[in-house]
Design a protein around this ligand. Sequence first.
Ligand SMILES: Cc1cc2nc3c(=O)[nH]c(=O)nc-3n(C[C@H](O)[C@H](O)[C@H](O)COP(=O)(O)OP(=O)(O)OC[C@H]3O[C@@H](n4cnc5c(N)ncnc54)[C@H](O)[C@@H]3O)c2cc1C
Length: 398
Amino acid sequence: MTSSYDAIVVGSGPAGSTAAWQLARAGADVAVLEKAALPRYKTCGGGIIGRALQALPLDVRHVLEQDCHAAQLNLFPAGLSFTTHRPTPIVSMTMRDQFDFALLSAAQTAGATVHQRCTVEDISHCGDGVTVVTNVGTMKAQFVIAADGALSTVARKMGMADGRVLIPALEYEAILPPDQLDKFHGVARFDFGVLSHGYAWAFPKNKHLSVGVLSTVQRGRDLKHTMVRYLERLGCGSATQVQRHGFVIPIRPRTGPFVEKRVLLVGDAAGLADPVTGEGISFAIRSGLMAAQSLIDGRFEEEAVRHIYTRSLAERILPELQRGGQLAKLLYDFPRLRSWAFSWQGQRLCEAVTDVMAGTRQYRDLTFRPRTMLRLLAPPKLKHLAYEPARHRDGQAE
Ligand SMILES: Cc1cc2nc3c(=O)[nH]c(=O)nc-3n(C[C@H](O)[C@H](O)[C@H](O)COP(=O)(O)OP(=O)(O)OC[C@H]3O[C@@H](n4cnc5c(N)ncnc54)[C@H](O)[C@@H]3O)c2cc1C
């Protein structure tokens, strides 16, 4: 017998589970199809930034292992180091098996049906619905939300345009002696100059250190050598056990459309990771909630849903990713300019990016407004220019 739902969500990451939660609490008959057995390990630093926690309408404190009120950025070739502090956590550390399972459980409690070990193999549009073929049978729905991550089978089977840039990243979970682990407590560490285009990070968890590296250009093979050097630099050569994982991060969104034939793309499937940091959970959550709300507000009518979701992305997520992309280009493609900028205004740049991570500012507030860029980058001699207030026609200072 074929099961039939108002909506099927493929994937139980943060994008899929928040979408299912939103739909279920609105009274929709929704199913989540997840290929893994749950809870499942996910290759990820497990850094939940303030912006992500702000977007999340659910309480997940019980799965956060450690709050980092400080972030440290080191720039190795230049020998520079900056630390920022905030009263609220800049990044909260979790393990994704626990975090994702908490979100999915909330969706289930709200009324969503969960099918685990259920792999979507094919999908097709059929008049006023969508048919989903899985390893355990065929299901139908009025709409499908594709939250199946960076390698999205759903988008590929639907022939949806891509254009994303998928970059390689490694994540090692390193078990350290307690006295060594203590040195990393409470600080999210970001290291530039460890490789030419990219950065490395060290995120403290309760029982181990999550160490990662991403490259905007290099191949995974080269990243392994970088990781060995980085672990030594961190003084983690004596780690008693290291689990090694690798995956990709989409740092440029799809060219679109993001909705086609009753299928909506969210999270990594849509390509919504932050191009500056590779952080993907905040826009996964926001796009998941937006897709669900589009179905609700559009009363499950194809054209209305398409219009609402497309407009929501265009207004609330894509411009931010575009501005982030411009900043990422400066950061990763022009290392000498980066060193110069950080040697002059490193603390202010770090404060600005910390604000974005904490969710108190947006990239669009800080990049490429000429005055803001001058303010961030200007050497002291030019500061009088940077702070000169622009005036509107009515003479009011901006
Ligand atoms: C090394 C690394 C470190 C990272 N660190 C961070 C970090 O610290 N903080 C952060 O915010 N982001 C980080 N990211 C990015 C982040 O992991 C992703 O952006 C985020 O997980 C995207 O969420 P999602 O819900 O779109 O997809 P995912 O979390 O990838 O979830 C997709 C789900 O779909 C399921 N699925 C896939 N195909 C099928 C199928 N055919 N049928 C059924 N189910 C399917 C998968 O099993 C999975 O559960 C990192 C990424 C990498 C690679």
